[in-house]
Design a binder for this molecule. Sequence first.
Ligand SMILES: Cc1cc2nc3c(=O)[nH]c(=O)nc-3n(C[C@H](O)[C@H](O)[C@H](O)COP(=O)(O)OP(=O)(O)OC[C@H]3O[C@@H](n4cnc5c(N)ncnc54)[C@H](O)[C@@H]3O)c2cc1C
Length: 502
Amino acid sequence: MKPEVVIVGAGPVGCSLALGLAHHGVRSLVIERSREIAQESRALVIWPRTAELLRDWGAWEPLLAAGRFTTLFAPHDAASDTALLSVDFREIADSVESPGVLFIPQYDTVRILRERVESNPLCELRFDEEAVALEQDESEVRLGVRGANGTTTLAAPFVVGADGAHGFVRNALGFTLQGATYSTRVAIADVGIESGAHSFPSPRVALDAPGLLLGIEYAPGLWRTIASVAPSVGDDEALATDAHANRIAHLFGEEARSSTVLWSSLFRIHRRHAPNFISGRVALAGDAAHLNSPAGGQGMNAGIHDTANLAWRLACALKSSQCAQALLVGYDIERREMQSDSIERTTDLATRLAVYAPPSLKRFAFAWMRRSLRARGMRRKACRTLGMLDGRYTRSPDVDTSHPLAGRRIGDVALDNGRRINAERRGRAALLCCGEVRLEGIETLALAKPPKRWLLKHPSAIVIRPDGFVAAVIEKPTRARVEAMWKRAFCCASPLPGTEGE
Ligand SMILES: Cc1cc2nc3c(=O)[nH]c(=O)nc-3n(C[C@H](O)[C@H](O)[C@H](O)COP(=O)(O)OP(=O)(O)OC[C@H]3O[C@@H](n4cnc5c(N)ncnc54)[C@H](O)[C@@H]3O)c2cc1C
């Protein structure tokens, strides 16, 4: 099989991209230098936005079966076992199909995604192959790959570096990650908690600890502890048996002090991204492009969101070479904006509060959040922010931002036929007609009464991209205006639904 896209790295992001590309009919080859999957838990959470993408690509059901899904996100005070706040994702059940959080360790996520990739006829996954050289011209990229039989060259129209924080591809493009590294280090451990008959609510936060001390249950009886480490404490001291035992006792009580530490490590945390996410025919995605603080649990999720944006663009670019550069530039602008204006801000705020704020300020912040969550609008906002359903592309060249809905993810509401928008379009572009709209010869989805929060003043046609974002809202639409907006969104690479034969 000759690949149209070569993906470097079979982590969660590389595998998601391969599945996303296959969904659009694109053949990809994923090369991965190591068959082993790191056994530390790393990303533990799959948020609702990520769930809807993985569902489109056929990976959600096996992940759901392997993880622990909960509609309630309620961090508890470890000292009193009382909820510090409670976010119930069912609050937004009218606009998201999976209103909840899936707790699943990253090694299970990667294992399942790799299985899906290996069983997909449009994907090939090769282990023990490492990208070591890269060059490109206007028509293709050539990748030097070192494997068991020496170094060979792979050529493909596009290459994507999903090879993680220290990846080869970003370095080969000459990009360094820009931003800041936090002064604190973070000690992370996976711990088997012997709790007897007592079950601890998760996540649990030791509010009285200086800095951050948090526990998250990622599988029955298995917890991740996360603790910030003061500058005066040495690396060995931070990971010493006593240090872990003190943290465990603080979070779970003295009787849990001797619980088993399965794995632990000390990390520096960052807020950094590459100056560009593309160069010519090469793109970066996931940790290769950006690094966040784990506060907020968004790193892996954000990487998977990159791939939803990139997959349809690459599929379009392969159909229409004159549009390729514009499509990739759109990826670069949109995902860098989302990273710097939304994801980095959220995780930075969470880090500052969790790590640097004194206990009194943390208590005040939780009390303030509890009070604001009494209002329904704030509860919905909290669900959307936590669930990574918010965020807007305002600088995109292919989004017409004149309407406030454009550049945002479309709410997955029920259509007139009773099915949800996403179930009906299943990861494909669609034209949604709201109110009395007639567009002869074009296949459309119909919604007579759109939600008031969409702020539609007139009957409108909404251009929905494959990644679920609104490219344009056309009020009182005519066929000519719809065609123009469709072309702006997808360049000339994708015909309007129902007009393929014209
Ligand atoms: C301690 C810790 C806790 C975290 N907690 C969370 C969390 O709670 N929530 C969250 O969303 N995120 C979290 N993250 C971040 C998350 O783990 C990363 O964002 C995620 O792993 C990024 O996936 P990726 O596929 O981009 O990169 P990686 O997972 O790093 O995968 C890259 C792959 O590329 C391969 N590779 C590298 N170089 C080459 C090469 N030259 N040729 C071929 N293959 C290559 C590697 O072997 C690897 O398999 C955490 C990270 C850490 C370290």
